[in-house]
Design a protein around this ligand. Structure first.
Ligand code: SAH
Length: 245
């Protein structure tokens, strides 16, 4: 009944696309869906617009004590996730012919941007490996062609929250998830600018009013004001965004 069987004569032309599919590899599967089970993304799971599968890496451990990590070669603090265990978990969750990109949450990765989020939205899903301890053995990153993704220049204790950030950014853009077809296109970063300021009722609050133009009903003037405000705020706060074009 899914679109994956869409070649058959009995499939309807209007059949829904296969849901966007996330597989998370983690030592803490109980953290999922967590916040992703609420609000827009939670409703989208319930509606079959995307799916989330959390795989416990520890299920692939081979030793009696089910170790997934070991001491770093060359010495130093902390522990490193073993290449062999991580690879087994990855290969079981996503065999070689699985078309989904394989991502590793990592502070060494390319910082996540809206453009990469859009690309991922357009694909079939993602397999996301969450690191813990000092990270994962470099050889599994190379051998499985993992794309390292960072959510910012700071260090988390594990990849799980990063994976949730990434998935939240993706899921809200999946077709039919967010109300209002335009609400995704005018936002910060979509046009290379930060967004203009928003206001709502009451008209006056603590002596502060809403800019007159927004109450004028003149849509062209409102659009112009918003554009100028977006440019002003971007120049003030993120001049680097203006230099990118
Ligand atoms: N020793 C590593 C940090 C390990 S933090 C270093 O100095 O680079 C443990 C795990 O948390 C990482 O393997 C990664 O999966 C996750 N993590 C930490 N910071 C992150 C960030 N900024 N973005 C994405 N994942 C992060």
């Amino acid at each position: 009944m899914s679109a994956e069987t869409g070649n058959g004569e009995d499939s309807l032309p209007s059949a829904a696309p296969a849901p966007w599919r996330a597989t998370i590899l983690t030592l803490y599967p109980d953290m999922f869906p967590g916040p992703l089970g609420q609000s827009l993304s939670g409703k989208a799971i319930a509606d079959g617009k995307w799916s989330l599968d959390a795989v416990n890496i520890r299920d692939f451990a081979t030793t009696k004590h089910r170790n997934v990590d070991d001491t770093p070669a060359g010495g130093g603090p902390g522990m490193v996730m073993r290449a062999d265990i991580v690879a087994k978990a990855l290969d079981a969750a996503a065999p070689a012919d699985d078309p989904r990109p394989r991502l590793l949450m990592s502070p060494r990765g390319k910082p996540l941007e809206q453009a990469r989020v859009r690309e991922l939205v357009a694909g079939p899903g993602a397999v996301i490996l969450c690191g813990r301890f000092e990270g994962v053995d470099e050889r599994v990153i190379e051998a499985r062609g993992l794309e390292e993704v960072s959510i910012g220049d700071y260090v988390l204790s594990g990849g799980e929250l990063g994976a949730m950030v990434l998935l939240d950014a993706i899921v809200r853009l999946l077709p039919g998830v967010m109300g209002g077809a335009e609400s995704g296109t005018e936002e910060s970063f979509e046009s290379g600018l930060l967004e203009y300021p928003h206001y709502t009722r009451p008209r006056e609050w603590e002596g502060r009013t809403i800019p007159d133009v927004l109450l004028s009903g003149d849509h062209a003037a409102i659009a112009k004001w918003r554009r100028l405000e977006a440019e002003r705020i971007t120049a003030e706060r993120r001049p680097d965004l203006l230099e990118r074009d």
